[in-house]
Design a protein around this ligand. Structure first.
Ligand SMILES: [Zn+2]
Length: 540
């Protein structure tokens, strides 16, 4: 026995061994002011350990690591354990292939380069069918696939404005007659059918598929350019989707696509535009909300397994404080009229531009307490800048969740506060890569959130613009690229459950939602087990 350990005798080792049980590890994790493992280890001289001491200590420290990450509070059922075996075989297969040849590891690449390979991966196939609970971060006009949006350009009375002699589409508008106003210098309005005829239907579809996505941009462009390109897509979609009869159909289709991807509950951040009619007149914002609610009612009637959807009013942040004051008033009014649907407030748009949250604090604090904040914050790479400080302001202003929070791991105090105040981070891996915050999923900061067990959910942001599945690609990258190799079904289950736990649903709503999700989850697990058994049977 080494001198130093011997000095405290065997009692130190046995004390540490006691701490290594899951309960003790969790206890220490929740009570960081208690005698911690670090302090215990600090009181001894590790260089004087015997090989036996070393082995025991190694096991103890390892078990602390194992029990501290996301998902380790979950106990798997027997069928889940069986399904987990298969999931881990597939995960390890991709990992091992990657270790042998890193160029074959999908999370090491830009999503645009591996989108199709990922779709064929057996692990992705399993995750695609997984009941994921909720998608808590989506934006009103970037939820649907471009295929669905292109179908919408076949609607009656659609005009299209083009420049460069008909080569570049710059605006859409529904109208009985040719629009008279021109926002583009050499712009020219023509009926959509005519453009389709001129350019050929297939050619135009291909062209629109590119225009309505971030492709072919790849990792070599800057964050600012990626943002500019993305805002260009939003602007192009305005004239098409803000047509009142189409707005509800777009949302209905989004619910359909998300539901098919294993999402049973959706929170949409909307700028709530004043929609227009065929005669050019505009409807008040409350009509936009009413259209959402009518489509949701129809969707829920037709899809009883779907849980619900809520709306977070999220207007553009690049304004003066008095405008934010106006937004707050609008949100309060809308919440009064639609208390079960308009449930939160946020500000959207590129954080690096415009004012920080602190500038709006006075106005924001006028929002009635029962309407929650769900702020975008820390979606930047400028550590220590005023933009980076939005994280601090979001927390101090009482946000319930943080969208992205990409820089939070650089602020340990804020990270601890998020954990202590139970503020969940909405992690959107694919969005962060496409908008140039990071290139390799293995270096995504959420790995630290996972290791530290900070509340988090996986979400997607604007999947329609990157041709990704509504949520499955984000889950795949988070599970394979960000979480540790050992993260298994427990991680997936905790993440799915978190999405309901940190939703804006009230407690009884959460209980009901959890039940609906669990029903699907159990079915999914049973199916994996049955397929596994069948495969074993076939091998005999
Ligand atoms: Zn966003």
């Amino acid at each position: 026995m080494a001198v130093q350990l011997a000095h405290r005798g065997r009692s130190l080792l046995s004390e540490l061994a006691k701490c290594a049980t899951p309960t003790a590890a969790r206890f220490l994790h929740r009570h960081p002011t208690e005698m911690t493992l670090l302090e215990m280890l600090g009181s001894t001289n590790l260089r004087r350990s015997t090989p036996e001491d070393y082995r025991i200590l190694r096991e103890i420290v390892k078990s602390f690591e194992r029990y501290s990450g996301v998902g380790n509070d979950i106990q798997l059922t027997l069928p889940e354990r069986s399904a987990n075996e298969l999931i881990m075989i597939e995960k390890k297969r991709e990992y091992e292939k990657g270790i042998m040849d890193p160029s074959k590891f999908a999370p090491g690449h830009h999503i645009f380069q591996v989108l199709h390979t990922v779709k064929q991966s057996p692990l992705f196939q399993v995750l695609r069918k997984m009941p994921k609970g909720a998608a808590l971060k989506t934006h009103d006009t970037s939820m649907c696939s471009s295929r669905a949006v292109i179908e919408m350009t076949y609607r009656e009375n659609l005009w299209v404005c083009t420049t460069h002699k008909g080569c570049r589409v710059v605006e859409f508008r529904f109208a009985k007659e040719k629009p008279k106003d021109l926002r583009h210098e050499d712009g020219e309005w023509q009926p959509m059918e005519k453009l389709r005829e001129l350019r050929g239907e297939e050619n135009l579809r291909k062209y629109l598929r590119v225009r309505l996505s971030m492709y072919p941009l790849a990792s070599f462009t800057t964050n600012a350019l990626a943002w500019r390109h993305m805002m260009g897509i939003f602007n192009l979609l305005d004239g098409l989707l803000q047509y009142a009869p189409l707005w509800g159909d777009y949302y209905y289709n989004a619910l359909k696509e998300f539901y098919a991807d294993g999402v049973q509950y959706l929170e949409v951040r909307s700028v709530l535009p004043e929609l227009y009619c065929l005669d050019g007149s505009r409807l008040p914002k409350r009509e936009t909300v009413q259209i959402y609610m009518d489509s949701l009612k129809r969707f829920k009637q037709e899809h009883p397994g779907f849980i619900d959807s809520k709306l977070i009013y999220a207007p553009i942040r690049h304004v003066q404080p008095e405008v934010v004051g106006q937004y707050v008033k609008e949100c309060t009014e809308l919440n009064k009229e639609f208390p079960n649907f308009v449930v939160g407030f946020d500000l959207v748009g590129q954080e690096d531009k415009g004012h920080p949250l602190s500038k709006f604090a006075e106005e924001l604090l006028k929002l009635p307490e029962h309407i929650n904040f769900y702020f975008h914050a820390g979606q930047t790479n400028w550590y220590g800048s005023h933009v980076d400080q939005n994280l601090l302001d979001a927390i101090v202003l009482g946000t319930k969740r943080i969208s992205h929070g990409y820089t939070i791991t650089k602020h340990p105090i804020l990270m601890r506060l998020a954990k202590y105040l139970n503020i969940a981070l909405e992690v959107c891996p694919v969005s962060n890569q496409v908008l140039q915050l990071g290139s390799d999923y293995r270096s995504h900061p959420a790995a630290t959130l996972i290791a530290e067990n900070v509340p988090m959910v996986v979400s997607s942001g604007n999947p329609g613009f990157w041709r990704a599945a509504p949520l499955s690609h984000d889950f795949y990258m988070a599970f394979l690229g960000i979480a540790p190799m050992t993260a298994d079904l427990k991680f997936l289950k905790r993440t799915a459950k978190n999405s309901i736990r940190y939703s804006s649903l009230k407690d009884e709503g959460k209980a009901e939602a959890m039940e609906k999700w669990k029903k699907e989850w159990d079915k999914w697990v049973a199916k994996i087990v049955a397929e596994k058994d069948q495969a074993l049977e076939d091998k005999k």
